[in-house]
Design a protein around this ligand. Structure first.
Ligand code: 5GP
Length: 201
């Protein structure tokens, strides 16, 4: 049964991709939809933020008013939600999106922030979770210090941000460094292949 209240995921596969902005998430998501060795269906999130130019309702997001979002929340329509970047804007994954993927025998593919991901991991411990890092994260401190242009306070703030990102990364099953686009996509495809094989074993 595809009831989201149940946590056994026989055939109900969830893939979560998170990572800081600038990690190349969007490009990778779009490539994976077409090229992944398993059938992925992107979950279209709901948000209360305004659409950007080029963004289409129902494709990039479901753009909801704050009132509509909160009324759907009270109807338990969301699998998870978060206020992203303390922006005041709400983002959430609709249960209907995940069910739509499963009905199509596809993996539900969620590109969501860390808070939302941790929430989904609790409900679906078998979710395949990937944290995408920029290669510059490893080199961050060395570069910052070798440049010698930032004062110590700025360096400390930046290192703290990088550290908290790294802490979150440890909660994910896989960490992929987007050093080269094709290599990173290849690595994610290998992860999906082996996860699919493991789940069918
Ligand atoms: P943007 O406003 O730039 O499209 O997205 C900002 C952030 O919101 C991204 O880091 C993205 O991962 C996150 N996000 C998008 N959809 C969801 C969602 O449904 N739930 C959660 N928790 N975060 C989301």
């Amino acid at each position: 049964m595809n009831t989201l209240g149940q946590n056994s995921n026989s055939g109900q596969r969830v893939l979560i991709l998170s990572g800081p902005s600038g990690s190349g998430k969007t490009t990778i998501v779009n490539r994976l939809i077409n090229d992944a060795p398993v059938k992925l269906m992107k979950s279209v999130s709901a948000t209360t933020r305004e659409p950007r130019p080029q963004e289409a309702d129902g494709e990039d997001y479901y753009f909801l008013t704050d009132e509509d979002f909160r009324s759907r929340l009270s109807e338990n329509e969301f699998l998870e939600f978060a206020e992203v970047f303390s922006s005041g804007f709400l983002y959430g994954t609709l249960r209907s999106e995940v069910e739509r993927a499963w009905t199509e025998n596809a993996w539900a593919f969620l590109e969501i922030d860390v808070e939302g991901a941790l929430n989904v991991m609790q409900q679906y411990p078998d979710a395949v979770t990937i944290f995408l890092k920029t290669p510059s994260a490893e080199e961050f401190e060395r570069r910052l210090r070798s440049r010698g242009t930032e004062n110590e306070e700025v360096i400390r703030k930046r290192l703290a941000t990088a550290a908290s990102e790294l802490q979150s990364a440890d909660r994910y099953r896989h960490i992929v460094v987007n050093d080269q686009l094709e290599r990173a996509i290849g690595e994610i495809c290998e992860i999906l292949k082996s996860e699919e094989t493991a789940s069918n074993a």
